[in-house]
Design a protein around this ligand. Structure first.
Ligand SMILES: *Cc1c(COP(=O)(O)O)cnc(C)c1O
Length: 474
């Protein structure tokens, strides 16, 4: 494809994307395809000859679009807001178009230095002090794997340079809660600790926050047994109910025992753009690493996960291998981001954040977050005051966990499997209809429904519509 052909096709593609975005509200929220349907619509053999752009676009429209669950739909309340602001989409296109290679500072100085700038802007915007340095990972999952490796190497005196964990006689232990995201257990497994050395610390039965006393006890127990407490993962906004572990108290315990503390604020990090919400991660300054996802509620398109550490010397010591072919005269004066994480090659992801912040502006982003927080409180009040409806957990942010608990056939409140069947039935009806999408989830072994508010296009009117739809579905 020549630049001239690219110009023509590119204009058409941008027009198509703008139309697609404008018409999302007319689409069903959840993809209505059967498993395998999209795959079967494609030829099994790869194309031999070039196809025309227009025929490719027709396939995009007819084969791909029906297989998209419209998470940008204003009636999408599933999982978490996965906003993809158009300003950041432009940054993504610029990143691809520039065709840069990020393997060292030398291979694209601008890629490294713009990443430094935007990570520092985001540091300031979330109220973190100057002791933190950041980098952009693909996801919070990768950030957590990195954090767990940093924890492992600190606790094992750099075992990676010798026989690895196989040379460590006592088990290294990590602490979190059962509310932590599944990526935490995955990181603990992949970093070599093993699932049996991940301790789920007791939680407050209502807030689901980690109980610091229980953490202290577990650490003392492990020390007495000759184990090595190596890492703590503290959730600021855990997945199920946005539970908030008490960071300050946990950090004090971590520091007392020299245990690496990673703060997973993947979802809730966006709220830290609002000064009035920063008390929710009070104590974060004493942690060792923090990760959060602008690619969720804030709305910088995937994949944009921020990872901050205080001790960059430790980070580089663990992540650097410094092969001869990558050494250069700039070493020592510049950041080599390949030594700040797992991959060598990196994309110019910083452009997405730069475009997003520059074109939308932090004022508008903050106003939207506050709108969503207000909508969540409005919705919580509706549910709480309606007969037979329960709000099952505190609502610190934009996720409301609800259940309809009507009287059963015997006149007593429905419980157990009957209640589970009822919950899955009404939420299934809504999801099948394509009118809205909600995620059912387990809480204390029983099904409930998470209403996660915060799509860019979701206004109060849509939340009202949702409440009407929910009441009509039971
Ligand atoms: C979404 C989420 C993650 C995982 O984020 P990815 O970027 O998809 O890996 C981790 N922790 C929490 C609390 C989350 O909400």
């Amino acid at each position: 494809m020549t630049p001239a052909e690219f110009r023509e096709a590119g204009h058409a593609l941008i027009d198509w994307i703008a139309d697609f975005r404008e018409h999302i509200p007319e689409q069903p929220v959840r993809a209505q395809v059967e498993p395998g349907e999209v795959r079967r619509s494609f030829p099994a053999e790869p194309p031999q000859k070039a196809d025309s752009f227009s025929s490719l676009m027709a396939d995009l429209e007819n084969k791909v679009v029906p297989g998209i669950t419209q998470v940008q739909h204003p009636m999408h309340y599933g999982w978490f807001p996965s906003n993809a602001s158009l300003a950041s989409v432009l940054g993504d296109i610029a990143s691809s178009g520039l065709g840069t290679l990020g393997i060292s500072w030398e291979s694209c100085p601008a890629l490294t230095e713009v990443e430094e700038v935007v990570c520092d802007w985001m540091r300031q915007l979330t109220g973190l002090s100057e002791q933190w340095r950041g980098t952009i990972h693909d996801t919070a999952s990768t950030a957590c794997v990195t954090a767990m490796i940093l924890a492992r190497e600190r606790a094992s005196d750099f075992s990676k340079n010798g026989n690895g964990l196989q040379s460590v006689a006592s088990p290294l232990v990590v602490y979190s809660t059962s509310q932590a995201h599944s990526s935490i257990a995955k990181a603990v497994q992949l970093a070599g600790f093993g699932q049996h050395n991940l301790r789920y610390i007791d939680e407050d039965p209502y807030t689901r926050a980690m109980l610091p006393m229980a953490l202290s006890e577990a650490i003392r127990g492990d020390l007495a047994a000759g184990h090595i407490p190596a890492g703590i993962v503290c959730s600021v906004g855990a997945t199920g109910t946005t539970a908030m572990d008490p960071v300050a108290e946990i950090a004090a315990i971590a520091n007392e025992h020299n245990i690496w503390l990673h703060v997973d604020a993947a979802m809730a990090g966006s709220a830290m753009l609002l000064p009035e919400y920063r008390h929710l991660w009070e104590g974060v300054e004493a942690a060792d690493s923090v990760a959060w996802n602008p690619h969720k509620w804030m709305g910088t398109i995937l994949d944009t996960a921020l990872f901050y550490v205080r001790d960059t010397a430790h980070l580089e010591r663990v992540m650097s291998t410094n092969p001869a072919y990558l050494q250069s005269s700039a070493d020592g004066q510049v950041i080599q981001y390949r030594d700040w994480g797992i991959p060598l090659g990196r994309r110019f992801r910083a452009l997405k954040l730069w475009f997003h912040l520059s074109l939308d502006g932090i004022d508008a982003i903050q106003a939207r977050l506050r709108r969503d927080l207000d909508n969540a409180q409005w919705f919580r009040e509706r549910v709480e005051t309606e007969k037979d409806w329960q709000v099952l957990a505190p609502v610190p942010l934009q996720t409301v966990c609800i259940r309809h608990e009507p009287p059963g056939e015997d006149g007593q409140p429905m419980t157990g499997e009957d209640l589970d069947a009822h919950t899955l039935e009404w939420v299934g009806r809504i999801n099948d209809s394509g009118q809205a999408f909600l995620s059912p989830s387990l809480l204390d072994g029983r099904w409930m429904v998470r209403v996660s508010i915060g799509v860019e296009g979701t206004t109060r009117k849509h939340v009202e519509q949702l409440w009407d739809l929910i009441q009509a579905s039971v």
